[in-house]
Design a protein around this ligand. Structure first.
Ligand code: ADP
Length: 178
């Protein structure tokens, strides 16, 4: 199971590098200072070039659960949506709401800029330590709810590791048979 349809939007799943996806908008798992870092953030800035960071500096920052848009530099996408997921600290500090908000706000900002295809990494599941299975459930729930009100044709979940692929496949399968 690598595809689900919600209302008019296709949710798809691929394993690979988000920077090479042919989509209108790529979502970055950024930090609040928008200063780049390791993981997917580092990969996007390396592949996209310095224009993206210059714009991040002008914007200045982004609180957890929110999202901001920059151009995509050398990437084939038109937009990078920088969102900030929560740092996992046990689950009782509002992490699920913040993670859901990061997905929802990213889609709202992307749609406001006319993006109709949007690729997401698995936000917060790297350095930020969010359990991968819980994060996948929240990601799918949040996206499923958000797209109902937005003109988005496709949301692509781009997973990196084999474990993430299996987790997302299971979660999508469960939703397909509901
Ligand atoms: P966070 O700080 O939000 O946890 P990370 O970048 O550390 O963000 O990790 C988020 C997820 O992105 C992890 O599952 C990681 O394996 C994955 N990832 C890292 N590099 C890439 C990439 N180039 N494309 C897609 N996903 C990536």
């Amino acid at each position: 199971m690598t595809e689900l349809t919600v209302d008019k939007t296709r949710l798809t799943l691929v394993q690979g590098d988000i920077t090479v996806q042919q989509v209108d908008a790529i979502v970055n798992a950024a930090n609040s200072a928008l200063r780049g870092g390791g993981g997917v953030d580092g990969a996007i800035h390396r592949a996209g070039g310095p224009d993206i960071m210059a714009e991040c500096r002008r914007i200045g920052g982004c609180p957890p659960g929110q999202a901001v848009r920059t151009t995509a530099g050398r990437l084939s996408a038109n937009h990078v949506i920088h969102t900030v997921g929560p740092v996992w600290s046990g689950g009782d500090a509002g992490e699920p709401d913040l993670l859901a908000s990061a997905y929802r706000r990213s889609l709202e900002v992307a749609a406001a800029h006319g993006a109709r295809t949007v690729a997401f990494p698995s936000i917060s599941t790297g350095v930020y330590g969010y359990p991968k299975d819980l994060a996948a459930e929240t990601a799918l729930d949040a996206v499923t709810t958000a797209v109902i009100n937005l003109d988005i044709d496709q949301v692509r979940f781009v997973v990196f590791g084999d474990d993430d692929l299996e987790i997302y496949q299971r979660a999508m399968q469960a939703r397909a048979s509901e």
